[in-house]
Write a protein that binds this ligand. Sequence first.
Ligand SMILES: [Fe+2]
Length: 160
Amino acid sequence: MTILNPTLNDLGENARLASVGLLNAALADLTDLSNAARMAHWTVRGPHFAALHELFGKFYADLGGEIDDVAERVVQLGGTPDGTTQAVGARTRLPAYDATLRDGIAHCRALAERYAALARTTRAAVDEAAAAGDADTADLLTGTSRLLDKALWMLEAHLA
Ligand SMILES: [Fe+2]
């Protein structure tokens, strides 16, 4: 049972509880994806090394910004971010990233699958937050889904 800290924020407790759950689910997945992007940044090899090393590094940095915004909104709503390594490992809905991947296209494919999956669950969370009456969390996650879509486009351009 999630216990919310008291706040003068006028959103109802039900809306805040719903959003904290949605945001913490997104936090785990985004953190897992950011670590996958960083693994790709570190391990990619092949003729497109320079471009992909830089692209995957930018993905990691961009996800870091989203992670911070999502976790801070959890706190603003009176919740506690599930941000520890253990919580992320237990909560993530993404499949484990293959640490043996080296080929750039294989990294692009593995990341594209994860970006697409996370964009789908993030859009569902947007609808749920809006239905719960928290337009601001819906707006925050809308921005997240837009960032995920943009990265997916860049990955799929490499796969064409
Ligand atoms: Fe680096």
